[in-house]
Write a protein that binds this ligand. Sequence first.
Ligand code: BGC
Length: 399
Amino acid sequence: MKKILILLLSVIFIISFSLVGVVGCKEEAAEEEVVAEEEEVAEEEEVVAEEEEEEVAVTGSVGIVLPTKDEPRWIQDETRFNDALSAAGYDVQILFSEASSAKEKENVEALITSGVQVLIICPQDSTAAAASAEAARDAGVKVISYDRLITDTDAVDYYVTFDSVSVGAAQAQYLVDKATGTGNPLYLYAGAATDNNAFIFFQGGWNVLQPLIADGTFVIKNSSEAVAVQDTQLDATADHETIGAIIGQITTNWDFDDAKSLAEANLTVAGAADKGDVFILAPNDGTARAIADAFAADSDVTSYVVSGQDAEIPSVQYIIDGKQSMTVLKDVRTLVADAIAAAIAYLTGGAPEETTTYNNGVIDVPCKPSVVVTVDQSNVQEALIDSGYYEASEFTGLD
Ligand code: BGC
């Protein structure tokens, strides 16, 4: 009986993730019936009945859409999805939006046409994706917003995310912990204004830094809009416009080249007195590497402390080499597992676990944010290698 139940659970999982262009539900069901026939007659009837019930309840498929292959972050997600699903003996098709909302819409339409019942989507542009979410909702598809929240629509069923306020807070706290004295030059950078997360990360970082900007520990060097509100705590929703104005001056657009050009432009405007030992709030690893390279190349910069996030392999190497100060590990395995669990919950007629909600401008979207971990040279081995997240062989210079 236990064996049968395990088999049933495996079959449920496999059926749940029969993705576009992949068939197999019928074969699985047939195999399952053969196994059931080999069991005792009394148990057989019971199991077959359960099995039929489960098949009706969980038949369906899932589509996954990720934003871009140009950033190691989203390749991590693809790899972790593949690992999680192929561990169950299954091939997965994941569509990428090539950093284009138009391509994203095409991907979603293709998935709807192919009959998916759950869509896991990380929007390229939080607002623009509302139309795709609505098209999915109209087709009866459950919409799981993955990592980035789709905003300005009620067509989002669930949000799988990390605690993004704590990401920004961890970045800022790192700068605070490294600063001594007063008048420390502070350079602020942010993500893309089209990404709701950029506002949340900034809120998290700002609210840790702000009291120390107000008391003179830090002096903002590259945003007059931030200086204008330096006596105020900010909220990503209530102060969306204020944060938007700041982001307008310090955005990297999540783009390495934009990040590097903006940092270089800031350094060109700044005098030698605005440099020396500097502190840099960089929003993620890709932009942190670009910004760090620009600051490292300036002879008036004596030292810099720079934040990051994602624990991308190139940034972990930068940390080992002393070129990036820290990163925030967002364990993508957890996010993927949460997304899979949410999809299975919907396919089996249930609802995913909710511990809080995020307001997307129209509704409070249920979610269960995951915790994040600060990583720097002092714990890189323990947090990323000993934990099994990465292989030591991916890096040079580890002790
Ligand atoms: C994600 C980050 C990522 C950034 C740029 C954000 O929405 O949460 O992990 O670095 O987008 O892609």
